[in-house]
Design a protein around this ligand. Sequence first.
Ligand code: FES
Length: 161
Amino acid sequence: MENNQTPKDDKTYNLMGSEVVDGFVCKPKVLDPEKPIMHFKTQIFLCHDERCKKAHKTDLLSDDLRDILKEVNLARGENRIKISRTGCFGACRFRSVANLYENTRVNGHPKNNNLWLRNIHKYSKEKWIELFQALAENKDIDDLVDFKQIPLSEIKEYPNG
Ligand code: FES
């Protein structure tokens, strides 16, 4: 999480503009339990469970991606991309796995909602940037051959009972 020192008062503020506790990056000094979370257009859930984690070369993928988002100006603003780590999706054979969620209640792109990316541990920094920019520009990820997806079954393949 980015922090901001203001030269005027030497205090540290988090991305939401709240002053933070000394020694912390984002813990606010004054907790407002009703303060909304920051807007995002796209959320990327990275599987951080055992098998996907092993495929990653680093334990810090989510932190690295947040740094890249700052570099490409997608860590805040109307096209903000939020990175979250999650547990096993039950799709380990496609590891490492990420799920794309578009905030369609606000300005998310419906065609990129609920896409499942496979083998993301093979992505270079340049490829992540390509993905982030495609999402921000609402390009259909389905049309981009570089981002191989996990196939989803039809409902009828797994009937109830
Ligand atoms: S450990 Fe990632 S999908 Fe199972």
